[in-house]
Ligand binder design. Structure first.
Ligand code: GDP
Length: 424
């Protein structure tokens, strides 16, 4: 059976923790999109880890971790991550990398930074990991698939072509040093030795695994609102963040995805630019940021302070719908224990009318949040394992959100650890 773990919102909902937890009973965990631009923070018996490329769940010795074809593969970062977990005493993870995955090149990272510099104040707030230039090249058909880099003649020919195209930009648009095909070839030769032990025909491997009845988890990065089609375009990422794309980015039939676990955080946070209707500012935001997540809401990749806001039922209902939620995992609820009263965004007012349907990005600019205020529970709920033991106001908060979004909250996370979970 295949389950997908994906985000409802802007990312950072706690997908890593939920995947790590579900991985206990899984055989295979696959990343199917995105790159090293976002990160998951995972706390387990070995310590605290920020993973950018490896699937969460690589800490169990019974699982196989797979980088699917849909991922933007940064080879040095992958190798460093493998090393860092090995250094902390985690048993050697079993890792496979799709032979169809494409490679993030150093020039993608340069182009990302140069473009952000050129856009200056109007930039996208990119993490400068090369993701947008990488996916642009993939669809322009000038990227390097892993299988290709074992062919000397092919990489030479492709490197020449890449330079011909990129150097126009380097010279005339960015006024930066030109790329050298010899350097690209040398880099690819280095990369092929680094990646060689992991290369696999992943879709064939998964077809067999499905026949054998294995438990497979697809791990999404970011969330619905960062999807290039359904998110807050253009302030989105460059690969689809939806569970449906899991079929493409891993190489499995869509009908094999039986469960879609959508992770929703009990308040909102976002990184990068873009519409965020229930955003809060000043001391109110600082306090939530400081208390949020596990040690504060700061980007796992960049350390940037995240933008903060109250729970947004409009965005989350939409986020769950586009993912096709069969289950909602409601996370980081413990953090809200300090509040007397908790605002929840239940509608958007646009041109004097209130809607609960999340509109396209151009209309979002005009949306003002409509809040309802729920009473807080003013206690620490960490350590509780039974739903009935949660304070009444806490249960009311969960049930209110569930009714507003219209999808079943079957898991409540009340701490960063693997076992901080309440099943309903
Ligand atoms: P992801 O990218 O969706 O995996 O999310 P991140 O890892 O960026 O952010 C989630 C943060 O919240 C991490 O620091 C987690 O350790 C932490 N976290 C996850 N679930 C909970 C929870 O229920 N309570 C608390 N306090 N922290 C949590």
């Amino acid at each position: 059976m295949v389950k997908a773990v994906v985000g409802a919102n802007w990312g950072d909902e706690g997908k890593g923790k939920i995947t790590d937890m579900l991985a206990e009973k899984a055989d295979i965990i696959i990343r199917f999109q995105g790159g090293a631009n976002a990160g998951h923070t995972i706390v387990n018996d070995y310590g605290k880890f920020a993973l950018h490329t490896l699937p969460s769940g690589c800490f169990y010795d019974h699982t196989t971790s797979i980088i699917g074809n849909g991922v933007a593969l940064n080879i040095p970062i992958l190798i460093d991550e493998i090393k860092s977990i090995r250094d902390k005493g985690v048993p050697e993870p079993k890792i496979l990398v799709s032979d169809r995955a494409q490679i993030v090149m150093p020039y993608h990272i340069l182009l990302d930074a140069y473009e952000e510099e050129r856009l200056a104040g109007k930039s996208f707030g990119s993490t400068k990991s090369g993701i947008a230039p990488f996916y642009a090249d993939k669809f322009a058909k000038i990227g390097f698939q892993v299988n290709e880099i074992f062919d000397d003649e092919l990489i030479r020919e492709k490197a020449e072509n890449v330079c011909a195209r990129k150097n126009v930009l380097m010279k005339y648009l960015y006024n930066k040093p030109e790329l050298d095909p010899d350097e690209i070839v040398a880099t690819l030769k280095e990369y092929r030795e680094m990646i060689r032990p992991y290369v696999c025909d992943v879709s064939a491997y998964l077809a067999q695994a499905l026949k054998d009845g294995k438990e497979i988890l697809l791990e999404g990065q970011l969330g619905t609102l960062k999807d290039p089609d359904h998110g807050i375009y253009p302030m989105v990422t460059s690969s689809s963040t939806l569970a449906g794309y899991g079929a493409v980015g891993a190489g499995i039939p869509p009908y094999e995805i039986k469960k879609v676990i959508v992770v929703c955080k009990a308040y909102s946070s976002a990184v990068g630019a873009g519409e965020f209707v229930s955003e809060i500012f000043g001391d109110e935001a600082d306090e939530l940021r400081r208390r949020g997540g596990d040690g504060g809401e700061y980007g796992a990749t960049t350390g940037r302070p995240r933008r903060m806001g109250w729970f947004d039922c409009v965005a989350s209902k939409y986020g769950c719908r586009l993912q096709g939620a069969t289950d909602v995992a409601f996370t980081v609820l413990d953090v809200l224990g300090y509040l007397d009263e908790i605002p929840v965004c239940v509608g958007y007012e646009i041109d004097g009318e209130v809607t609960t349907d999340f509109p396209a990005a151009s209309l979002l600019k005009k949306a003002k949040p409509v809040y309802e205020y729920l009473p807080g529970w003013k206690t620490d709920i960490r350590g509780i394992r039974n739903y009935d033991e949660l304070p009444e106001n806490c249960r009311k908060y969960i049930e209110f959100v569930e009714e507003q979004i219209g999808y079943p909250i079957t898991m409540v996370s009340n701490g960063p650890g693997r076992h901080d979970i309440i099943y309903r």
